[in-house]
Design a protein around this ligand. Structure first.
Ligand code: F6P
Length: 364
């Protein structure tokens, strides 16, 4: 009898819980179904360059609590747009046929792709070329469609909330406006939820372009009523009405080259120009992606991993495992490709923020 074998890779940026997934997939594959697992290094790069290791029970034992990914990740690699340097020139090549040849040579029954929207899009394209893929949704941004949540988000939200808590005491002592910038790319889930959990006075998200006057109004009003400090939680993707997002850098060889960051400094300068209130900035950056996963993320990552193996065992491919309420379900991967989940205007989170008197930087 031929040995059954699957592959797994962790694509895109890392986040807490990736190792819990790798462990969950490997243990379930081997224990429950007697399937071997190959782990590709550095996301799709390992698949392009044929770099992989056999994952055994021993190699995944003890990694549940570790942040990052033992396989490495890459948010640049893409078999359909592979960057090569030829004669000193940067050239983009489609190496997906070569990738599919490796997939077939290794006799993989399926490829588990753990990642965000970029990873799901590439996985869907490989499925169109004949690969059997199963996606597992991860991202601290929670911007994947067709799933209530993604693992990594809860851990990042906890880090951001703790940071806001700490910043409260120093803002209060010095009677300052503290602007806390959180990640999230083009969506505001992380800012909105950590802002709610941390009691932010103003929360700015990309979905609701803000007005500086409104932020200034809140800071002044709080001072008048004896609260001589304010906490502004701003998503890195937020922008003023009629204005632009602040770009930190362009990563030229990345499929999504724009890296956002720095809006907090712009807001701090503008508040200081408009008032006599002193401002300080805390840009949380990659702190939100590092460290050990929360218990909720460990459980979610493990359940998603187990479900992905159930799909492999029953031969249901080209789906992403997803959360729907308490359930773990499977959704066709093509429904996820190339889409992002934004905070809707009628989100209960927005309603809750407004009800408790937080400002969203705009008169709603
Ligand atoms: O998608 C996850 C994320 O952390 C975003 O919130 C952020 O904009 C981006 O990745 C940062 O990417 P990099 O690790 O390349 O700086």
């Amino acid at each position: 009898m031929t040995k059954r074998r699957i592959g797994i890779l962790t694509g895109g940026g890392d986040c807490p819980g990736l190792n819990a997934v790798i462990r969950g997939v490997t243990k379930t594959a081997r224990n429950t179904y007697g399937i071997d697992v190959l782990g590709f290094h550095d996301g799709f790069e390992g698949l392009i360059e044929s770099r992989f290791t056999a994952l055994t029970y021993e190699s995944v034992s003890g990694i549940l609590t570790q942040g990052g990914t033992i396989l490495g990740a890459s948010n640049r690699a893409n078999p359909f747009e592979h960057i090569v340097i030829e004669n000193g020139e940067r050239t983009v090549r489609d190496v997906s046929d070569q990738t599919m040849a490796l997939y077939r040579d290794l006799e993989l029954e399926a490829l588990i792709t753990v990642g965000g929207d970029g990873t799901m899009t590439i996985a869907g394209m490989l499925a169109e070329k004949g690969a059997n893929v199963i996606g597992i949704p991860k991202t601290i941004d929670k911007d994947l469609v067709e799933t209530d949540t993604t693992f990594g988000f809860d851990s990042a939200r906890q880090v951001a909330t703790e940071a806001i808590d700490r910043l409260h005491t120093t803002a209060q002592s010095h009677h300052r406006v503290m602007i806390v910038e959180v990640m999230g790319r083009n969506v505001g889930w992380l800012a909105l939820e950590s802002g709610l959990a941390g009691g932010g006075d103003v929360v700015l998200i990309p979905e609701l372009p803000y007005e500086l006057d409104e932020i200034v109004r809140v800071a002044r009003q709080r001072s008048r009523f004896g609260k001589r400090f304010s906490i502004v939680v701003v998503a890195e993707g937020a922008r003023p009405k009629g204005g632009r997002q602040v770009v930190d850098r362009i990563v030229a060889d990345s499929p999504e080259p724009v890296r956002l960051g720095g809006i907090s400094h712009q807001i701090a300068r503008q508040i200081e120009e408009a008032t006599d209130i002193e401002c300080r900035v805390a840009q949380l950056g990659h702190l939100q992606r590092g460290g050990t996963p929360s218990s909720a993320d460990r459980i979610l990552a493990t359940r998603l991993a187990v479900k992905s193996m159930e799909l492999v065992a029953e031969g249901t491919f080209n789906h992403m495992v997803a959360t729907k309420g308490e359930e773990i379900v499977a959704v066709p991967i093509e429904r996820v490709m190339g889409r992002q989940k934004f905070v809707p205007r009628d989100s209960p989170l927005i309603e809750a923020a407004l009800s408790i008197g937080a400002s969203l930087g705009v008169d709603l």
